[in-house]
Design a protein. Sequence first.
Length: 295
Amino acid sequence: MFDKLTNKSKGTLLAFVGVMIITPDSLIIRMVTVDTWDLLFYRSLLPGSTLLIGYFILFHHRALNDFKAIGQPGIINALFILGSNITFILALANTNVANALVMISLVPLIASIFSFIFLNEKPELITWICSLLCMIAVIFIFYESFALNQYLGDFYGIVCASFVAASLTVMRHNSHINFVPSYILGKLMTAFVSLFFVSSFLLGASDLFFISLMILTVGVSFVFISLAPQYISSPEIGIFFLLETAIGPIWVWYFINESPSLNTLIGGLFIISIIFIHSYYMIKKVRNDENLVSN
């Protein structure tokens, strides 16, 4: 059935499913009681090793070659994944979920800027305008976070968004490469780095249950997201990350009553609106350009 879909439909389906699976991830992190680095270790080891074993079982005849084929782009992408894994956990450890996810919603705009710097793609005027408006909103949120001593978490959120945007840029520029092995490598690299900071390897039954769920939220989800750039552009993928920004805090608010501040709500809604408008414009432009070329 999947083979009968158009490339645009395949990419859209992969991105949507991937992001929807990841939306409860922040709630699951909040439910875990272990230390930050202990969480990062298991959050990387379990999904990474599960995906590695699953990949070799499903594609045993070519799995080793797939890992070799990622080349330098795959290694670079794995390092970006390593960075995003660490900074995401540090963001949530130092600020509330809504603030962290609002900062991460900047992924599409940062990806456009990276494309300008590294891929020589000249951004539209609307990109610069949207970037400026989002920067103003971020400062608005940061101002309150500074007063509440949560600014470090917001900063880690922006750094995380930069790593994710860099990863999307690499995958977009090398869409002929299967980046699933690269993602698996990134998770295992994160587990190796965090290993040196683990305070205890003991897990309670509750923590083991919630961390096991991360096999889905940060394992399976990013397999879908890693495949999406083969079919659709970064702006199109980036727009789906707004679902996590919108839905993630709702999970946390509903189950553990962690409410975002008024500044975060105002700034977050403003940023989501701006990025939605920007992403929609870029998607329409890409389609118009494709139509002109085909005609």
